[in-house]
Each structure stands twice: as structure tokens, then as C-alpha cells.
Design a binder for this molecule. Structure first.
Ligand code: SF4
Length: 404
């Protein structure tokens, strides 16, 4: 009989498969769930089904939760062999070619989703919870719905940000979030037990991000009444590296610079806007090295889009950055609508699964702790889950002990 750890790894691989291969469903099956809790509705476009969003029939929950508690963001693909089906009035399951794989449930919405900021903006459209059922709670704020690289038609090849404008819903989502909207939402989330936040967004014309971020940090400090709010600023490499020091002085405890792909020849093709606006690949790597000097080991993160280049090249980058103290993320590439690579396909589930296992092992080998990974990354990635399976710290381990 399979051990609990084996079952958890099987379920985690299913989570990966559902993210990479997407999931199908019959139109309307989520209506009763979304009527009961409208805050569950997904409104970012991590999907391959353009018709669904252009006809405004994109009515799915943000996430589902598998039997052992792993939450999965819903990625819609009408051709996927995976399907969410109704087993009864209230019960849902996920199947593959008709074979039952897991019962599923839906995440309860955070309380702050139902609140408003003082200017009447729903907090649901200001910040997003990324924590699933985990007691370690993290919220992310995407301050903009556009990135300035679009002006020169230089959107990063995998990025959906500039291609989903006009498809965006709900209509109440502000194109630009003020520091007050963010700090009030952060306060509501922290009052509810959240303990980490990330501020991110596209490039601001003329690279005026730093002023904006400093303003947001000050506003959050005032709202929370603390200097250290365990916040991460996700930025593009500045031409003047001393700008990185200013983020630290402003109160951010960690910083993110997403490299996306390793080696200059890939970076030049995949991220043309970052090349032009951030001093090119060499400056990007120098910025990461400088950030570790300023923020410290384990307080700098860099995200890679796994699936855009050969595995050995990807791991060359992951290994180098981990060795200098950068916590890396290996996000499985989902070629969403609106990205320049819309319509392409990601590598196989097995390819991605191997990346995730090796990547978690690499972080461990370089001495990074679960807490450091939590503090340096937005939301939960596969590294979090793998650490928690190996350390037996997922809530399910204590639940089973209590039962015993
Ligand atoms: S820099 Fe690239 S990845 Fe970042 S928001 Fe702009 S287009 Fe997207």
C-alpha cells in the first residue's frame, strides 16, 4: 500500500499536470459554487481558451483543492484529457479520460476579498491571496495592468500582461493601484493572519518604479504601524545598481528580479524589453549579485520560466544563482492567451516534474530553509510543497497524528 508521502507526491504531480495540461469542464457547472461565493471567481487569464473570455463565459473558480489539500489554479483547456465534473449536487471530482483521479473542493475566500478600500475599490481586485489552505499566508499586489515594454512591441515572449487588455474583468479592476489602495488591503489581509506580501507589476514609463515603490512601502508601514512588513519588491534591474539599496532602506525585506531564462542569447530573444530598459543581460546578473550584497543571502529571488530552454541550460542558471544566495523559482511555462507565444505548447508533465524535484533538491542542497523560501517568494510553489512533504510539516501530517 502506498505511504502517505507517496500519495502526496502523486497528488502533487497531478497538481502539476492540471497546471501544465489545463482542465476542461461543462459550461455552467460552477454556477452554484460561484453564486454561493462570488469571490471565488477567477479573473486572470491563465487559459488557452480565447473564445471563452471574449464571449464573457469565463466563469470558473480561481482554484480547486485536491483530496490531500494541494490547491491548483484553474487553467482552462478544452482539449485537455483532465476534466472537472459534478459527482452530485455539491460534490465535484477531477477525472482523466473518464477515470476518477481525485475528489475536489474549493478554497474559502479570504475575508478581505469582501471589503472595500476607502475610495470604494473592492479589495478583491487590489490584492490576491496566494496561499491555498496553508497557514503561511501571502498576498500579492500587481500594481498595473500594462508594461511599458509594449510601446516598442517588446513584450517578453511568455508574458500575458500586454495581450489581455480589453479582455480584462471585472471592469472594476483599476489599471493602476494607488499606494492607499494597496496599504489598506495589506492591512485588512495582515489583520486576517497574512504575514508576507509582494508588490509587482509591469515597467512604468521612464522606469519610475522606485518612487512608486517607496511611496507604497511608506504607506504600508503607516497602515500596519510597523517598519518591517515582510514585503518583497519585484523589480527590473536598474541601470544604477545603487537604486537597489533604496528599496532596502525603504523597508522592503527582500527583492525579486526575474531572470526568466539563463544565458544572454536566450535572454535577448525572450526578454527584448528587459534588454533595452534594464541594461541587458549582464547588467541583470550584476543586479542580482549586488542585491545579495544589499539584502543578504536568501533575501533575493529570481523566477525562471521552465520550458523555454533546455533543462541543462536552465539548471546552469538555477545552480549559479542558488550558489550566490539567490532563491530561485522554476515556474512551469503555461503559454497563456495574450502572450507572444500564445498557441504554443509547454514540455511534457514528466519534463516539468523532473525540474520541480531537482529544483527543490537544489535549494535544499544550498541550505535554504522553508521560511526563507516563504519570505522570498510570492505564494506557494512546488519547492514549498516538496519541502513540506519531506519535512512532514504539511497540515495533513498533524491531522493524521491527531486522529491516531
Ligand atoms: S518586463 Fe516582461 S515579464 Fe515583466 S511585465 Fe513586462 S513584459 Fe511581462
Amino acid at each position: 500500500m502506498a505511504t502517505l508521502k507517496e500519495k502526496l507526491y502523486d497528488e502533487l504531480k497531478l497538481k502539476l499536470a492540471l497546471s501544465v495540461e489545463g482542465v476542461n469542464y461543462e459550461h455552467g457547472i460552477f454556477d452554484s459554487v460561484l453564486e454561493e461565493d462570488p469571490m471565488l471567481k477567477k479573473f486572470d487569464y491563465c487559459t488557452w481558451d480565447k473564445q471563452l473570455v471574449t464571449t464573457k463565459q469565463y466563469s470558473v473558480p480561481s482554484s480547486i483543492v485536491l483530496e490531500h489539500g494541494f490547491d491548483v489554479g484553474v487553467v482552462v483547456d478544452r482539449d485537455s484529457p483532465y476534466k472537472i465534473e459534478k459527482a452530485s449536487d455539491k460534490d465535484f471530482v477531477v477525472t482523466r479520460n473518464g477515470q476518477l483521479l481525485s475528489n475536489i473542493s474549493f478554497l474559502p475566500s479570504p475575508k478581505f476579498y469582501s471589503k472595500m478600500t476607502s475610495d470604494g475599490t473592492p479589495m478583491r481586485v487590489v490584492g490576491s491571496s496566494l496561499s491555498g489552505l496553508s497557514p503561511d499566508k501571502s498576498v500579492i499586489f500587481g500594481y498595473s495592468t500594462e508594461c511599458a515594454v509594449k510601446d516598442n512591441d517588446e513584450t517578453c515572449l511568455f508574458c500575458v500582461m500586454n495581450g489581455t487588455k480589453g479582455l480584462d474583468a471585472p471592469e472594476t479592476r483599476p489599471p493602476w493601484k494607488t499606494s492607499a489602495q494597496i496599504s489598506e488591503t495589506a492591512k485588512a489581509a495582515y489583520d486576517e493572519g497574512y504575514s508576507h506580501l509582494t508588490i509587482t507589476g509591469g515597467f512604468i514609463p521612464e522606469r519610475r518604479e522606485v518612487e512608486y515603490y517607496l511611496d507604497v512601502a511608506e504607506s504600508i508601514q503607516l497602515a500596519l504601524g510597523v517598519e518591517d512588513f515582510n514585503g518583497q519588491a519585484c523589480i527590473g534591474a536598474p541601470m544604477d545598481l545603487s537604486v537597489i539599496d533604496r528599496y532596502k532602506e525603504a523597508g522592503f525585506s527582500s527583492i525579486g528580479l526575474n531572470t526568466e531564462v539563463w544565458r544572454k542569447e536566450y535572454f535577448d530573444i525572450v526578454c527584448p524589453g528587459k534588454v533595452r530598459m534594464c541594461g541587458g543581460y549582464d547588467n541583470w546578473i550584476k543586479a542580482l549579485e549586488h542585491a545579495v550584497k544589499v539584502f543578504g543571502r536568501g533575501k533575493v529571488r529570481s523566477c525562471f520560466v521552465a520550458g523555454l530552454q533546455p533543462k541543462d541550460v536552465l539548471f546552469e542558471g538555477l545552480e549559479y544563482l542558488a550558489s550566490i544566495g539567490v532563491i530561485t523559482i522554476a515556474s512551469s511555462w503555461v503559454p497563456g492567451i495574450g502572450s507572444p507565444l500564445e498557441g504554443h505548447r509547454s514540455p511534457t508533465v514528466d519534463w516539468h516534474w523532473d525540474v520541480q524535484l531537482r529544483h527543490a533538491n537544489l535549494l535544499r542542497k544550498n541550505g535554504f530553509t522553508y521560511k526563507e523560501i516563504f519570505d522570498a517568494t510570492p505564494g506557494r510553489g512546488f519547492a514549498h510543497e516538496i519541502y513540506q512533504i519531506e519535512d512532514e510539516t504539511l497540515p495533513i501530517f498533524s491531522a493524521i497524528q491527531d486522529e491516531g
